[in-house]
Design a protein around this ligand. Structure first.
Ligand code: MLC
Ligand code: AMP
Length: 494
């Protein structure tokens, strides 16, 4: 039935593809639901012709039916963050010129006004599903397929557009490198508006014919009991999740900790990525579970680029080598490739895994490429054949618990507070979050600001994980001769 020239969904009819709570769904059941959804989306059209269909739902059978249904019908899938504030949604929906938003009934009340104001049709999966299937369009590999929003050095997130060719490359390189197979069983508790959850776990799993256990959120006790029961053989997470698991171990009975650690020990693979895995955490995890974490490096625009080997040495504090099909080089500030080891440079990437464009933003797209290389903004060195990430070229990007945030976006919201005269946001090293969002604020004369009041004020104006973890009141921000805030000076102040 699918006219996409490759299988986003394995054709293992009777094997279990998805587990959602008490329910299990076979590959043929998932496939049938995707076709019913794609047919309903098409209605009397032959092809959605890259119509942007957004969806707002947690990990579920319906999430998969929606995403793959949009693909099969020829649309562009725009998965949204279910933790977004309404003002953020407004930006995503208008930036992508979304025409239809698919949301579970329980979310519809909160979405109805934004949809009405943008003239977007708000529907549920049940509204779309039909029993009578229609022919699906034939799609070329170059067809745009997905748009994910990413924060950067501008104050509004940009829409990163991938084609089917991009997504295929991002999936297949990981299936080869990490030896995915139909015997794999993996939990998925990461948010489904980023490549880590969408590509590395969900799409690789379904392509390989594996079983993916869906969790609406990171629920430590439930997940831990499944791990102790030996349900999974592969585990992928951001470093913060390994930290939180270790913190959880401190709160439970040692015998239970042993069972959970034995569950991890029996797995074939534990992966860490989306942010730097501290060497201390790498060692702690190995001591507790015997697992040598495989750390890899990726980005929304490229999927995964660099990975420690599945076989061979997995080096603590390093991300390994370029994945198959991915070209990676370091460049200096004059755009010359760095050929010696131990010299830091910007990571640049080439390959079919690289995105097509930032949606409706030719300038940003052009600026992010040099001579065909995508410029990541991340700085690394090559040491004895392993890349080691040294940091980022911009202080305005913060990674907290695996989420990439724009300091400028947060500053923009804070500046709308009546009592704030000036503000600078930075990421401060933090054992749990990697970096913790910290706001330096100068208040207007005659006013004052308490942290709790600021946090409450932020609620609903930004996703909760963007809300500063701490507030430093300051008389005036340090600035250079050009009047620009010197953020490194703020870091030094702490
Ligand atoms: C939650 N909180 C965070 C946060 N997540 N604060 C800072 N940073 C985060 N990442 C805050 C909430 O606002 C809340 O604050 C409190 O923590 C509890 O919220 P929660 O939702 O119950 O937390 P929890 O479920 O424990 O979430 C932590 C987490 C989550 C680590 C599971 O952040 C997460 O799923 N992160 C992964 C993000 C991801 O997938 N990134 C991949 C991007 S792709 P309060 O004050 O209200 O209590 C990419 C490319 C690549 O990077 O290489 O993969
Ligand atoms: P995102 O745009 O959300 O996809 O985040 C991508 C960014 O996450 C990269 O540009 C890096 O800064 C960071 N990142 C991903 N993996 C790693 C890693 N293993 N070590 C350090 N940083 C990482």
């Amino acid at each position: 039935m699918s006219e996409i020239p490759f299988p986003y969904l394995h054709n293992h009819s009777e094997r279990i593809a998805l587990v959602e709570g008490e329910n299990t769904y076979t590959y043929s059941e998932v496939n049938a639901r995707i076709n019913r959804f794609a047919s309903g989306l098409l209605a009397d059209k032959d092809d959605l012709q890259e119509e942007r269909i957004a969806f707002f739902m947690p990990a579920s059978l319906d999430y998969v039916a929606t995403m793959q249904g949009v693909w099969r019908a020829g649309g562009i899938a725009v998965p949204l963050n279910v933790a977004s504030a309404v003002s953020e949604l407004d930006h995503y929906l208008s930036c992508a010129s979304v025409t239809r938003l698919v949301a579970n009934p329980e979310y519809q009340e909160s979405l109805k006004n934004v949809c009405a104001s943008l003239n977007i049709e708000l529907v549920s999966v049940d509204d779309v599903l039909v029993d009578e299937l229609v022919p699906l369009p034939e799609l070329s590999l170059d067809r745009r397929a997905m748009m994910l929003f990413t924060s950067g050095t501008t104050n509004k997130p940009k829409g990163v557009v991938s084609t089917h060719k991009t997504i295929r490359a991002q999936i297949t390189t990981l299936i080869d490198a990490w030896e995915w197979s139909e015997d794999d069983v993996i939990p998925l508790f990461l948010p489904l508006h980023h490549v880590h959850g969408i590509i590395n776990i969900l799409s690789c799993g379904l392509w390989a014919g594996a079983t993916v256990h869906l969790f609406a959120k990171f629920d430590v006790p439930t997940l831990s009991s499944q791990i102790a029961a030996g349900t999974y053989n592969v585990f992928m997470a951001v470093p913060t999740i390994y930290v939180k698991l270790i913190q959880y171990f401190d709160t439970i009975d040692p015998a239970e900790v042993r069972q959970i650690c034995d569950g991890f020990k029996a797995m074939r693979l534990n992966i860490s990525g989306s942010a730097a895995c501290p060497v201390k955490l790498f060692n702690q995890w190995q001591d507790l579970t015997g697992q040598v974490l495989l750390e890899r490096y990726g980005m929304t625009e490229i999927g995964m680029g660099i990975s420690n080997p599945y076989h061979g040495e997995r080096r603590a504090g390093a991300v390994g080598q370029a994945l198959p099909g991915v070209e990676c080089k370091l460049f200096d500030e004059y755009d010359s490739p760095i050929t010696e080891e131990a010299v830091a440079g910007e990571i640049r990437i080439k390959g079919e895994n690289v995105f097509l464009e930032y949606w409706n933003n030719a300038t940003a797209t052009k600026e992010s490429f040099r001579d065909g290389w995508f410029c990541t903004g991340d700085v690394a060195v090559l040491e004895d054949h392993y890349y080691r990430i040294m940091g980022r070229s911009s202080v305005d990007i913060i990674k907290t618990g695996g989420y990439k945030l724009s300091a400028l976006e947060i500053e923009g919201v804070l500046l709308t507070h009546d009592d704030i005269a000036e503000v600078a946001v930075i990421g401060v090293a933090d054992d749990t979050w990697g970096e913790a969002v910290t706001a330096f604020i100068a208040v207007k004369a005659g006013t004052t600001l308490e942290y709790e009041a600021l946090k409450e004020w932020c609620d609903g104006k930004m996703s909760s994980y963007k809300i500063p973890k701490s507030l430093v009141l300051i008389d005036a921000l340090p600035r250079n001769a050009m009047g620009k805030v010197t953020k490194p000076a703020l870091k030094e102040m702490l």
